[in-house]
Ligand binder design. Structure first.
Ligand code: SAM
Ligand code: SF4
Length: 329
């Protein structure tokens, strides 16, 4: 098991397959992009599968989420998913993507055994999309969502970050859009994880604000709290259900006490928290011939020292030096 000193057990592994991306969402990276990791520093597909296998077979990982950067840019994605879903015991395997290229790949991913997909969608307006993501790709994202649904990946989840003065007037239209298509929408509070360090608390649309906007248009009731488990989203039934909407108050309603996540960066570092300031280097260990037993021990030690919480509200809070795209969101 991967247990920390507070008794939390990590069972949910988030793996970044690449730090590269074909969008430039302003809450994530600057319009000019970032200096990408050089290829030799990225884990190979075999190295990723070796670590995921150790996680699942030896360390109690039951859920694997592939993310990035943009995971659809990783050429070996279908192969990696196929090899992950073949593991015993079989973990739940999911993908977080911006949806560009998903219309082409959703079918092969479903055949590879992918269980679920989360697609990020912050606006339904083409001009706002261009302003927010610095690329004219809204139509590709919407087509990707449709293809995921048509390929039987259920539930198709949508992630939305609202920003004051940019897309915060779209909470209700986005929920309507998702309800009509059977997508499950989750709003995420904007976190201080952008490479430009441009996050300002006053620009963040809080969970309370999101709920107030939704409640003005829909009847929301608490979904069964048992269903939430350690998941970060507070879930609400819309108009009595079964449709649901989630709100992830990462900043104002932190869920660190129930956190069951651990992260593997695209260059093979274990991070015990999105906001951790240190990492444990499994890539160098693997490349210098470490045995599976040694990897298990390093990984356990990295999780053991996880802090109690992210401390965004502490005056001493330090934003991690790596942006979300490099850590794996
Ligand atoms: N490129 C993929 C995507 O956008 O879905 C996967 C990686 S992205 C870093 C994963 C998720 O993190 C996305 O849903 C994105 O909206 C979210 N995200 C990125 N930066 C964020 C921030 N500063 N605060 C909150 N969520 C953020
Ligand atoms: Fe790319 Fe995802 Fe970051 Fe947007 S949030 S820039 S799609 S990695």
């Amino acid at each position: 098991m991967l247990q920390d000193s507070f008794g939390r057990v990590a069972t949910d592994l988030r793996v970044s397959l690449t730090d590269r991306c074909n969008l430039r969402c302003s809450y994530c990276m600057p319009p000019e992009g970032l200096e990408w990791l050089p290829n030799p520093e990225l884990l190979t597909a075999d190295e990723i599968v070796r670590l995921v296998t150790i996680g699942v077979e030896r360390l109690g990982i039951t859920e694997v989420r592939y993310t990035g950067g943009e995971p659809l840019l990783r050429r070996e994605l279908v192969d990696i998913v196929t090899r992950t879903t073949a593991l015993v015991p079989t973990p739940q395997v999911s993908l977080t993507t911006n949806g560009i290229g998903l219309s082409r790949m959703a079918g092969s991913l479903a055949v590879a055994g992918l269980h679920r997909v989360n697609v990020s969608l912050d606006t339904l307006d083409r001009e706002t999309f261009k302003k927010l993501a610095h690329r004219d790709r809204l139509a590709d994202v919407l087509a990707g969502l449709e293809a995921a649904h048509a390929s039987g990946l259920r539930p198709v989840k949508v992630n939305t970050v609202l920003m004051r003065g940019i897309n915060d007037h779209e909470a209700v239209p986005l929920l309507r859009y998702c309800l009509e298509r059977e997508y499950e929408l989750r709003f995420i509070e904007q976190m201080p994880l952008d490479a430009q360090h441009g996050w300002r608390r006053e620009n963040m649309i809080t969970a309370d604000e999101i709920l107030a906007r939704l409640q003005a248009a829909f009847d929301l009731t608490d979904a069964d709290p048992v269903e939430r488990g350690s998941a970060p989203a507070e879930l609400f039934l819309v108009e009595g259900g079964p449709a649901r909407v989630g709100v992830i108050g990462s900043v104002t309603r932190p869920f660190c006490g129930a956190c069951d996540r651990v992260r593997l960066t695209a260059d093979g570092q274990i991070r015990n928290c999105l906001f951790a300031t240190d990492e444990s280097d499994l890539r160098s260990a693997m490349r210098s011939g470490a045995s599976d037993d040694e990897i298990v021990e390093r990984w356990r030690s990295a999780v053991r020292i996880k802090k109690a919480g992210h401390g965004i509200d502490d005056p001493t809070f330090l934003q991690p030096s790596r942006p979300m795209s490099a850590i794996g969101g």
